[in-house]
Design a protein around this ligand. Structure first.
Ligand SMILES: [Zn+2]
Length: 301
């Protein structure tokens, strides 16, 4: 479906569905990434009809709305998305729906604390979920927004939010203890793209990503060479693949290091811009975070 038609359909459906009670009396809440879906599920519980647009392994930077999504969006009462241009291809659709209950999670964060980035039209790095403190703020924000929309469930949302923040505090303590077993000089994280800058800032890692690189281009090859020299110089033991990014650049990087007579392992696959399969432990934000930290620490030790 062409973009203009798509926007027209959304606008039309919004007018026709305005204030219409949903089938079971619950509000329809739509989320974009799996991280946001998991968070909203923890707070909204059975009090909302929740549908996430993106599945596991989906790259939100490249995700485009399908025809099925158009139907979901048109029936939505609230749409939670990440913002900061993470959902690069959905931005236009959301902008057309301004004041139609589209809520960017990033809006609750203090912009002065965010990491600047030239890669994104927002000028900020959008991978905010890798700072647990931000995710706690996001929890509070969603509690407020759901409570405004469904005042009669305010107490339930507040209780769920408080419980989830407790779980996030426990997570933070646990991963800090794991990370502290790795000496500071070994905290260098090389991955397929630059999703982990907030993680690095929060846990004192130097983060090097291969974002935007294609080994098919000359610039890509040069950068792989440069990064392989860095890996050798700093004796980095392992580099990491990401679940939502093709692994060929990381394989090319390993090959470049090996061709210079050195060793580097592929330390495993990290979940970056999407959680694992819904029914697995990595299918939750907390499970994903623990898995990533364990994978990183085991490979770099
Ligand atoms: Zn990303």
């Amino acid at each position: 479906m062409k973009k203009s038609i798509l926007i027209f359909v959304i606008t039309l459906s919004f007018f026709s569905c305005k204030n219409e009670k949903q089938k079971n009396g619950k509000l329809n809440v739509i989320t974009t990434t799996t991280m946001i879906t998991d968070l909203v599920k923890n707070i909204g519980g059975d009090h909302i009809n929740l549908q996430g647009l993106m599945g596991s392994g989906v790259d939100p930077h490249l995700y485009k709305a399908s025809e099925g999504d158009v139907t979901k969006l048109s029936n939505a009462d609230i749409i939670f998305y990440n913002g900061l241009h993470l959902e690069g291809k959905l931005v236009e659709v959301f902008e057309k729906m301004k004041n139609k209950k589209t809520i960017a999670i990033a809006d609750t964060l203090d912009k002065n604390t965010l990491i600047s980035s030239d890669y994104f039209a927002s000028n900020y790095d959008p991978h905010i979920w890798f700072d647990v403190t931000y995710w706690k703020q996001a929890t509070q924000f969603i509690v407020e927004k759901l409570s405004e929309a469904i005042p009669e469930q305010k107490k339930a949302f507040e209780a769920n939010g408080a419980k989830y923040i407790e779980q996030l505090n426990t997570l933070k303590t646990k991963i800090e203890a794991t990370i502290n077993t790795l000496p500071k000089e070994q905290r260098i994280l090389v991955t397929a793209h630059d999703a982990f800058n907030y993680f690095g800032k929060a846990f004192d890692f130097e983060v090097v990503g291969l974002q935007g690189l294609s080994t098919a281009t000359e610039a890509g090859v040069k950068d792989v060479q440069k990064l392989s020299a860095f890996i050798i110089e700093h004796k980095v033991k392992a580099v990491f693949v990401e679940s939502s990014v093709p692994k060929r650049t990381i394989e090319a990087l390993k090959a470049a290091v090996v061709s210079k007579g050195h060793q580097v392992e592929i330390g495993g696959t990290l979940y970056s811009d999407a959680l694992g399969d819904a029914e697995t432990i990595e299918g939750t934000y907390i499970g994903m975070f623990e898995y990533n930290v364990n994978t990183i620490i085991n490979a770099l030790k």
